[in-house]
Design a binder for this molecule. Structure first.
Ligand code: ZN
Length: 75
């Protein structure tokens, strides 16, 4: 189930997600970008996880910055 992260690290050099990137499902700040061919989807950590299983079957890249959420808890 977690194979996607290992495969997707190759495309992790894409631009980082910013506060302007919003979840396609709820509009919260996006922490996960999913590439599917030429197009990309943005998700917050919550929806990224929720859709991960289905998206992993079609995704060509996976950029996950949700680890930054845990760090920001210290602020
Ligand atoms: Zn969301």
């Amino acid at each position: 189930m977690s194979q996607i992260t290992a495969e997707a690290t190759a495309v992790d050099d894409k631009r980082p997600l910013t506060a302007l990137d919003r979840c396609d499902s709820c509009g919260a700040q996006a922490y996960i970008r999913v590439m599917i061919g030429e197009s990309e989807l943005l998700f917050c950590a919550h929806h990224g996880r929720r859709h991960q299983e289905k998206l992993a079957q079609v995704a060509t890249g996976w950029h996950d910055e949700s680890a930054r959420l845990a760090e920001s808890h210290n602020v």
